[in-house]
Design a protein around this ligand. Sequence first.
Ligand code: THU
Length: 142
Amino acid sequence: MSISTENRQRLIDAAIRVRKLAYAPYSEFQVGASLLSTSGELFTGCNVENVSYGLTICAERVAIANAVSQGERAFQGMALCTSSAGTPCGACSQVLAEFVSGEFPVLILDPTGIVRQELTLNDLLPIRFALPKVPSDQEGAN
Ligand code: THU
């Protein structure tokens, strides 16, 4: 299912807007992420840094947690807005993989909302962690 023109614009506008709310005093790199559910709801997230740097949360994971905590688990697209039109990190791609398939589209935006790249989860993280069907720790347990 491809995203409608109207919904693409909603994703873009939301990612630009939420980027301005980023709390990034350490890196000064602001990230805005928007996520559109299959039911047409928009969810957003920005990066939230911490003085203990490793505790920083990426924008994409904030958006995903925001959506899931409001009862949404099915998504049709994401947009990511940064000054460099950068792509999601591997950790965020793995978290996204929990909820979407390989064809899921991610719009990569510059700060003005121009779509610099349109990637899929498969592009971003072609090989993803998954648990084995039968956990090896349980092999032969029964
Ligand atoms: N960051 C994100 O929000 N998303 C990513 O996919 C990668 C990086 C944030 C974390 C940190 O606040 C800043 O960008 C610089 O790494």
